[in-house]
Design a protein around this ligand. Sequence first.
Ligand SMILES: CC(C)(COP(=O)(O)OP(=O)(O)OC[C@H]1O[C@@H](n2cnc3c(N)ncnc32)[C@H](O)[C@@H]1OP(=O)(O)O)[C@@H](O)C(=O)NCCC(=O)NCCS
Length: 208
Amino acid sequence: MADDIPITRNVVPPQRAEGIRQRVRKMERLGQGEDASRLARRDDAAGLLALLSDPAVHAPIYSLPRPLTLQTVEGFIARHEEERERGEGLLFVRERDGRIMGYSDFQIWPDWAAGELGGALHPSQHSKGQGTRGAAESFGWMFEALDLDLLCMTASMENTPTQRLLDGLGFARMGCVLSTRPDGTTRESLVWEMTREAWQKRSPAETP
Ligand SMILES: CC(C)(COP(=O)(O)OP(=O)(O)OC[C@H]1O[C@@H](n2cnc3c(N)ncnc32)[C@H](O)[C@@H]1OP(=O)(O)O)[C@@H](O)C(=O)NCCC(=O)NCCS
C-alpha cells in the first residue's frame, strides 16, 4: 500500500521469500465459526460497497478506492486476486446472515518477511472489543500461517480506536509517514511495528 513502510527492512533469503509467497497463494480462510473470514470474490462487490460506503468505515482508511462505486470496489477485489497470485496480498470478508460485516486487507512484502493489515468492522460492531480480538487473531495468523517476521501498521492522527488497539497490543511506535491514497491525495499516518519475537513474548495479560 504505502512506499514508506515497513520502516524496518530485513531482506530474507530468496527461498524463504518464495515460501511466504506460496503460503499466501494457498490461503482461503482465517479463523473458525461465525467470526471466520473468507477470500473476497467478485460477486461480493455490492455487499462490500454497502459496508464501505459508511464514512465511519471508509474515512480512516487510506487504501480504499476513491470514489467508492460498484466498479471501483470490483477493481479493488480484482487487484487483490492479482496480488494473491503474486503472493503479495489477500482480501478477506466476514459475513453474517448474508451481510458483509467486516473486511481484512493484507499487504505482504515477502522479500522482507513483513506484512501490513488494514480493515474495518461494520459500525454496529464498533467499540465492543471485537476489533481488538479480531486484530490479535489476524496478527498471530500473519506470523504463524504466513511465516512473517514483522508487522507494520498505520493509523491516521484522528483514529483513536486503532491507535489504542495497537498501543494496547504492544506494538512499538515508529514515527510518521505520508500515506498516498489511490486517487493520489496524501495523509499523515502514525506507524507501528511488531516483531514475531516480541509478539511471542507478550504476557498473557496483553492477550485480549
Ligand atoms: C478500528 C476498528 C477495527 C477497531 O475495532 P473496535 O472493535 O471498534 O475497537 P475496540 O472496541 O476493540 O477498541 C479498541 C480501543 O479503542 C478504544 N475505543 C473504541 N472506540 C473508541 C472511540 N469511539 N473513541 C475512543 N476510543 C475508542 C477502546 O477503548 C480500546 O482501547 P483500550 O483497549 O485502551 O480501552 C473499528 O473501530 C473500525 O472498523 N473502524 C473503522 C475503520 C478503521 O479505522 N480501520 C483501521 C484503520 S486500517
